[in-house]
Design a protein. Structure first.
Length: 527
């Protein structure tokens, strides 16, 4: 005697065999393999469509509305609200078809006795009543039998979205289950940093080659400590600033190597901050306790100097259209001001009670201005609604960075922690990252990688730290610099490229370990 198949499949006995086969049949049909689906139904004895749905389908396509209503009322597991919605759709079709046949009195009876009892909202009932009064507007009478058949098929599709399993399977159920499993594996993968489909043939697990982990190039043009570094929004350029009173624009070539483009000379003091315009045609530079300057990226010429020598700026940021900027001063009476590219004031927050501004940023969507005030205060100002939120940290903040999706920001604290906050302020407490060293210097961190999945930071112990955003402990610690790493920037388009700036007067470009030898060979050929 032949053994009967087990009622479950899988090593843990968690999957019911008939459900598993049924979702496979559904998947075959949805991908166009109708013959294979029919064959599997025949061989397994498992039907894709339930008995209830097959009955409902035949009743609707034949216009058996009373039978359809009885079937819907008999389906188990259908909650009252969804049952009412399903019945309403059926009554609506029933009513409209009566109108087509000239049965106004029958349509009115359906409306009075049945639809009103469903509690589907006065507006829906009123709309249907208007159909009876102005039936000519529905143009249903002009439709032929084929059009009516198509409307009934549309009704069936609408009902499929309301009926519960197992009467109806959720659409593309097998694909949904597999995607959920893959997503779970990706979410638990600390190094995942690539787009596109992943293989089903084995469990997903990335190696450290997915993120920058090795020095692939060292830039040595600066003549003193490098304080700040930032990639352009399109990832094609890199800007750096130094205590040698200059900023440098670098170009990222197609092969991933970085070459010198312009030295920006005009500041009289160390340059502490740079900011790319959203269209990457302009660059702002802040001198240390000095003025703000606007540069043309293509020519390297200074287009505008904002204010006089007393106009001291600590940080600056752009609004999305590249026509307006905001800057903050460490001198309280200077405050925060919004300007156009010609230096004209648009709006300002000043006064003796205004705290000094340590850092500020605008979310990429232009919705919020976030500023760090008086060491421990974070202020989130919604530009559209004027709503303001305040977060108080327990330790002094040294820097601020915003995620590319405008949903999160991080702040570095001199308590050797980095705090992640959500801008919508749904969290009562921040997510904290630890491991790097920061006591007395301004250390800057950044988001990076696919979907801003990683956080990188400089450190006073001369190393670069990288965290997966879901993990408070670093997944990589990169060595190479000789002293404090002040700033890092992750290329927004090349997800495996990171730059770091150090007091050792160099900028290091980091990439996957397999690129190290390739980049070295290319640079040797170029030289």
């Amino acid at each position: 005697m032949e053994d009967l198949p087990s009622t479950t499949v899988g090593s843990k006995g968690l999957i019911k065999r008939h459900e598993f086969v049924r979702v496979i049949i559904q998947s075959l049909y949805s991908m166009g393999y109708r013959k294979s689906g029919l064959c599997l139904e025949s061989e397994s004895g498992v039907r894709y469509k339930s008995v209830d749905f097959e009955l409902l389908e035949s009743q609707i396509l034949e216009g058996n509305w009373e039978g359809c209503i009885l079937t819907l009322n008999g389906i188990k597991g259908l909650v009252d609200e969804r049952r009412a919605s399903a019945l309403f759709l059926v009554f609506k079709q029933y009513l409209l078809e009566n109108l087509k046949c000239g049965g106004d009195s029958l349509a009115l009876a359906v409306l009075r006795k049945q639809i009103q009892a469903l509690r589907v909202g006065k507006e829906n009932v009123h709309n249907l009543a208007r159909c009876i009064i102005c039936s000519k507007e529905m143009e249903l009478g002009k439709k032929d039998e084929h059009s009516i058949h198509e409307l009934r098929k549309k009704l069936l599709k609408q009902l499929q979205e309301l009926l519960p399993p197992p009467t109806v399977l959720p659409e593309r159920r097998l694909e949904c289950l597999v995607e959920t499993a893959i997503t779970s594996q990706i979410d638990s993968c600390m190094y995942h940093n690539s787009q596109g489909a992943v293989s089903l043939y084995e469990d997903h697990c990335c190696t450290r080659d997915q993120i920058p982990s090795e020095t692939v190039q060292i830039l040595t043009e600066h003549k003193n400590e490098v304080w700040f570094v930032q990639f352009s929004n399109n990832g094609d350029y890199l800007a750096s600033s130094s205590s040698d009173c200059t900023a440098i624009i670098w170009e990222v070539l197609e092969d991933g190597s970085v070459t010198f483009k312009h030295t920006l000379r005009s500041h009289q003091n160390p340059v502490s901050f740079v900011s790319w315009s959203p269209d990457d045609t302009m660059l702002l530079t802040c001198g240390n306790m000095e003025v703000l300057k606007l540069w043309d990226v293509e020519t390297g010429t200074c287009k505008h100097t904002f204010g006089d020598p007393g106009f001291i700026i600590s940080s600056c940021a752009w609004f999305p259209e590249s026509k307006m900027l905001v800057c903050g001063s460490s001198e309280p009476e200077k405050g925060i001001c919004m300007l156009d590219c010609d230096g004209n004031d648009i709006k300002a927050w000043r006064g003796v009670r205004m705290p000094k501004v340590l850092d500020l940023a605008v979310t990429p969507d232009g919705e919020n201005l976030i500023s760090v005030l008086a060491e421990k205060e974070i202020r989130i100002w919604n530009i559209r609604t004027n709503a303001e939120q305040v977060i108080m940290e327990e330790h002094p903040i040294t820097s601020l960075s915003i995620s590319a999706d405008s949903k999160f920001f991080i702040v570095n604290l001199n308590s050797q922690e980095i705090h992640l906050w959500d801008i919508a302020r749904k969290w009562e407490k921040p997510f904290k990252y630890t491991g790097h060293k920061q006591h007395k210097y301004v250390i800057r961190s950044c988001f990076g990688g696919l979907n801003s999945s990683f956080i990188a930071s400089g450190s006073e112990d001369s190393q670069v730290y990288i965290w997966n955003r879901r993990n408070s402990k670093p997944i990589e610690v990169l060595s190479g610099h000789l002293t404090t790493v002040n700033s890092v920037s992750w290329n927004p388009k090349r997800h495996r490229m990171l730059a770091s700036a150090s007091d050792d007067q160099t900028i290091r470009i980091w990439g996957p370990s397999q690129l190290k030898n390739v980049q070295h060979a290319k640079l040797c050929e170029r030289n």
